[in-house]
Design a protein around this ligand. Structure first.
Ligand code: WTA
Length: 785
């Protein structure tokens, strides 16, 4: 039984409700350029870059901007130190819009220095592009939910001064069986005051599945399409209306109930992007069960690890899936995982298996009688009506495992009410969602993006969602735009890695499709480099669609820093400003908050409704990882800089996590997979710049004495990682390392390894503290072997 009730006891000191107004929040947002677009804008009805305008003499830009203030804005801004800062800064010459990132590369830090890599990725923009503002067109701003920075500022101000009132008003738009208690939110975000905990809408009784489905059906939208599903092969597609989706969810929910799944029980879902995946998630939510979706690219070992951690009553899967031209036998992976977990004393009674006929017929599927059951044989026999399990806002909704700095993944736990309100609201504003939109997010439900922005956020808004089963470049790199045209997609949300990969394949694959339905684009998972941003904007979006570059994390549940299209100009590569209720702060290595233009560690002050509540079964790790590094704040693990206009620029992880194609992978996980190979004595993994994936995995490997270094062994080591974690974690490069650079106390100096991996050999720095400085030359000599 999974609960979040750990928070109940032992708290008292430091308990903060949101009745007291919080602190500083908004100064940087009052800087001119945001407020400038009304006057500086747009004779053409297109979004456009104003690079020329702002590259004119800086003082002139400042004057121009000043004219755009209304009287009240001007007064507010004039009292803001950041405006004065702006005036001064505007006289400085800058060579690179990421000079903040560069300065971060030398930031002293207990967490390790920020790899230059991130600076390289982002810093590829031409010099002096920091002021490359891209304005929303008047046409867009006019129809936008948030048409101006001023409107945003008003709402933002209220969201941090009166979070209880702000979020209660929004929460009231959902269905609650009974309302929450007097305290809308209580929290202790400061480890020095005792247990860290967060609660939103405690005592409120609701159900997120009801709010996603029944509520939309009841309001007359039962015939609206909820899901358009596009199969791997062209020509295979399907769709479900809200009424049909509700019926299918109810059938699965009734099945789960019938086999004894109850409120609080864990259910593991290992499915590809079939509609059955969100159906399964919603079915769990309907009966109060806690789903844990495991990305169907994870290996049997990884799946077993997660099964052993959360001990599900049942696993939901399918027999196989076609990805591109390859058939992947998912059921075999589940079989192996289930026998591994059974060996360790955790046996699962039931494995509900969907027969995915486009990939494999049931006759050829391996089967264990008594445990395995075909989805199609049982689910349709259940009633299409299923009573909802009403749950407390603070009852767990799902667990999602994510990588951290150790080999053991973290079970991030989200609860119901706050997550519901937050995902719905972020979806609505960050994509400027309108009921007529057709929304496509390319993420898999195995990751948080697929939870919050394929499933819950859009459905809570009654949106029509496109789900695509296959690879985005299959059968050719035009497939995405084919799908966009086919379903008349208006909002397209994807990851920079896909943008870069499609960009490399050339514009012709894009331009042969119309794409005229598109109106908003989105990006997530890693920093989007300015050149990819521009290509996405100019080529995919025909310079017409704003890009919502959304910074957030599995832990945050929903968007934290993201542009609100229509409200302010964008800067390619910047996630811009915080969402309502989010108070980002940048701290130095001592945890001291830095004001104004700066670089440092990105933290968040006080909770937001979508905050995760704990790491399942390990509240201590939750506190240690996120709240101890900088007491008083939630530490994101990301580096960040803020420019003179208050724009936030995410610069990548500062911990031992690599972000490969937007997937978080702990270096420790890859290392432990490598050393499990009997011939590997030691391994050290670092991230390196990768043209398409953002970061690639670079592994230094020391073999057991006497074992010869060979190409075959290299391949075997890569296969070991593929088998233990999944293909997406396979190292891009194995660098033979007869010795690793270590301090005298035996600590591996990763900083040096990063430099060697990225061939920045003139930046190795001081190697005199190494136990054996000769190791470095040896590694350099082996670099291209
Ligand atoms: C990175 C994915 C820059 C960041 C939603 C974060 C980003 C990690 C962005 C979380 C962005 C995500 N700009 N970096 N727009 N979005 N990241 O938990 O390093 O899989 O900490 O959640 O991805 O990855 P996760």
């Amino acid at each position: 039984m999974i609960s979040s009730s750990f928070t109940a006891g032992g708290v008292g000191v430091g308990l903060r409700t949101h009745d007291s107004p919080p602190v500083t929040y908004i100064k940087p947002l009052l800087t001119p350029p945001i407020l400038d677009h009304r006057c500086n804008n747009n004779k053409k009805s297109k979004f456009r870059s104003t690079r020329r305008a702002v590259k004119a003499p800086q003082t002139q830009a400042f004057l121009l901007v000043s004219h755009s203030f209304s009287q009240s804005e001007h007064t507010a801004a004039a009292s803001s130190s950041s405006v004065l800062g702006m005036a001064n800064c505007s006289l400085k010459t800058t060579t690179n819009h990421l000079r903040h990132v560069e300065s971060m590369a030398v930031l002293p830090s207990g967490a390790g220095k920020i790899p230059r890599l991130n600076a390289v990725i982002l810093g590829e923009a031409l010099a002096s592009e920091e002021d490359d503002l891209v304005f929303p067109s008047d046409d867009f701003a006019r129809q936008a939910l948030l048409p101006s920075a001023q409107k945003y500022l008003e709402m933002y101000k209220r969201s941090v001064e009166d979070p209880a009132g702000f979020w209660s008003d929004i929460a009231s738009q959902f269905l609650w069986k009974s309302k929450w208690g007097d305290t809308v939110c209580s929290e202790n975000f400061d480890i020095r005051n005792g247990n860290v905990y967060v609660q939103w809408f405690k005592g409120g009784i609701t159900n997120i599945c009801y709010n996603c489905l029944d509520r939309n059906v009841d309001s007359g939208n039962g015939d609206k399409i909820a899901f358009h599903w596009e199969g791997n092969e062209r020509g295979f597609h399907d769709s479900l209306t809200y009424t049909q989706l509700l019926s299918q969810v109810c059938q699965v929910a009734n099945y789960l109930r019938d086999i004894g799944v109850k409120k609080g029980d864990a259910v593991v879902i290992y499915l590809p992007m079939l509609m059955e995946l969100p159906i399964a998630m919603l079915a769990c939510a309907r009966i109060g069960a806690v789903h844990s979706v495991v990305f169907a690219g994870f290996s049997a070992d990884s799946l077993a690890q997660r099964i052993m951690d959360c001990k599900p009553k049942v696993v939901l899967t399918c027999n196989a899936v076609k990805r591109g031209s390859k058939v992947i036998h998912l059921k075999d992976i589940v079989d192996a995982a289930l026998s591994e977990s059974a060996k360790n004393g955790i046996s699962v009674d039931a494995c509900l298996t969907y027969e995915n006929r486009s990939a494999m017929m049931r006759e050829t599927t391996k089967w264990q009688d008594g445990r395995d059951i075909w989805w199609q044989d049982v689910v349709p026999t259940y009633s299409t009506i299923c009573e909802v399990e009403w749950v407390d806002a603070e009852d767990p909704l799902f667990l999602l495992y994510t990588s951290g700095s150790t080999g053991k993944p973290k079970g991030v736990l989200h609860t119901t009410g706050g997550y519901m309100v937050y995902t719905a609201t972020t979806f609505k504003y960050a994509f400027d969602y309108k009921p007529s939109d057709i929304y496509w997010c390319t993420a898999d439900c195995g990751w948080i993006t697929g939870h919050s922005y394929v499933t819950y956020g859009p459905l809570l808004n009654g949106a029509t969602v496109v789900i695509y089963e296959g690879a985005p470049n299959y059968p050719d790199p035009g497939r995405c735009w084919d799908i966009v045209d086919k379903f008349k997609v208006t909002i397209f949300y994807t990851a920079p890695t896909l943008v870069r990969s499609l960009m490399r394949d050339g514009d012709a694959y894009v331009t042969r499709y119309s794409r005229k339905s598109l109106r908003v684009l989105g990006s997530v998972g890693e920093p989007i480099n300015p050149s990819a941003w521009r290509w996405f904007f100019n080529v995919v979006g025909d310079s017409r669609c704003p890009i919502s570059d959304t910074w957030w994390q599995t832990e945050t549940g929903g968007f934290m820093i993201a542009p609100l299209p229509g409200a302010w100009p964008q800067k390619p590569g910047s996630a811009t400003f915080p969402f309502f209720g989010v108070q980002p702060v940048i701290v130095d290595e001592k945890g001291v908050e830095i004001e104004g233009e700066c670089s440092g560690y990105l933290c968040v002050k006080s909770s937001w409704p979508g905050t995760f509540r704990t790491l399942y079964g390990d509240h201590e790790r939750y506190e240690t990882t996120y709240f101890k590094p900088f007491p008083g704040y939630y530490f994101s693990g990301d580096g960040c800089s803020r420019d003179k206009d208050g724009y936030y620029w995410l610069t990548g992880r500062v911990d031992d996590v690599i972000n490969v194609s937007g997937h978080r992978i702990g270096t420790a996980e890859v290392e432990s997979a490598l050393v499990s190979h009997p011939q590997c004595a030691e391994a050290a993994v670092v991230g390196v710049e990768h043209e398409v994936k953002g970061q690639g995995i670079y592994a230094f490997v020391t073999l057991v004495d006497g074992i010869p270094y060979s190409e075959e062994l290299r391949r075997n080591l890569i296969t070991t990682v593929r088998n233990q974690i999944g293909p997406f974690a396979a190292p891009d490069r194995i660098h033979w390392a007869p010795g690793l650079p270590k301090t005298r106390s035996g600590k591996i100096m990763r900083r040096i390894l990063r430099k060697i991996a990225s061939r920045q050999l003139d930046e190795l720095g001081d190697t005199s503290t190494l136990a054996d400085p000769g190791v470095v030359d040896q590694l350099i000599a082996l670099a291209d072997c």
